[in-house]
Design a protein around this ligand. Structure first.
Ligand code: IPD
Ligand code: CA
Length: 268
């Protein structure tokens, strides 16, 4: 089993260099903007450049590992038991990046046998960086994270996000409509990885979203888990495409039950 601390050290080094590329390319002006799944799902030259840079850097340091990236998919050897699979979102929060809103992140996680063992999320615009290793705790800039102590859903500040598919958004709006009267307020910051890290640090009391891909939640999910949050889907499902809920243990059940009532994991 590869050492999680060693994998994290490699990830941090690579993400700092790649984050600098994203930051520099933002200062120079966003270019190469195209769309993916829908007209509002954008990808920029920086998303592609950051992904290529991270993949190349991993190739040099860990030539036998598999890499799954948002923009170019899987690369490297065919995965066997015990191999390391890196999961990369080169820029999480691409719409924020496009609009020069300083809320985007490079997110890189190392997974072994389907379990994330190390992860780093870095906001290149602010320099904030979150790290975690499995069983080793979650940190922001050296400070250990413990999530929010809040236990009442009615007092909870809850983060969420929306997909790019209009039909999915209509369903998500219905869920929001049913939740808003039962929480302190809602935040939509625009980067799932940073939302999970915010929940890990208690800047949000909890977070939920339907439709996340592995690269959106792999690293941030470990940061939240290691900060003591429960990170799961609905009705005992693992966190995934249908739903990711991240909440401190006391808040998890009331938020989970409300979301289940609203069929938050359902719809398109
Ligand atoms: C998106 C962001 C956003 C979330 C979307 C994601 P991208 O990722 O994380 O906050 O609401 O579901 O797709 O497209 O910026 O990498
Ligand atoms: Ca992305």
């Amino acid at each position: 089993m590869p050492d999680a601390a060693e994998l994290l050290a490699i990830a941090v080094e690579i993400v700092r260099e790649a984050g600098e590329t994203a930051r520099r390319m933002r200062v120079e002006g966003v270019s190469g903007v195209t769309t993916k799944s829908t007209d509002t799902d954008v990808v920029t030259a920086a998303d592609r450049a950051v992904e290529r840079q991270v993949v190349e850097a991993l190739r040099v340091r860990r030539p036998h590992d598999v890499v799954l990236g948002e923009e170019y998919g899987a690369s490297g050897a065919r995965e066997r038991a015990g191999d390391v699979r890196w999961i990369l979102d080169p820029i999480d929060g691409t719409v924020n990046y496009l609009y020069d809103l300083p809320q985007y992140a490079v997110s890189l996680a190392a997974e072994v046998n389907g379990q994330v063992v190390a992860g780093v999320v870095r906001n290149p615009a602010t320099g904030a960086e979150w790290t975690a290793t499995l069983g080793g705790g979650a940190y922001k800039g050296g400070e250990r994270l413990h999530g929010s102590p809040r236990a009442e859903l009615g007092q909870a500040l809850v983060g969420t996000g929306f997909g790019y598919d209009p039909a999915r958004r209509v369903h998500q709006a219905g869920v929001l409509h049913g939740l808003l009267g039962h929480v302190r307020d809602i935040r939509r910051f625009g980067s799932a990885a940073l939302d999970l890290c915010a929940a890990a640090g208690g800047q949000l009391d909890a977070y939920y979203e339907k439709g996340l891909n592995p690269w959106d939640h792999a690293a941030g999910g470990l940061v939240a888990t290691e900060a003591g949050l429960v990170v799961a889907g609905l009705s005992g499902a693992p966190p995934g495409l249908d739903m990711v809920v991240a909440a401190p243990p006391a808040l998890f059940k009331p938020l989970h039950d409300r979301l289940a009532e609203l069929d938050a994991a359902g719809g398109p």
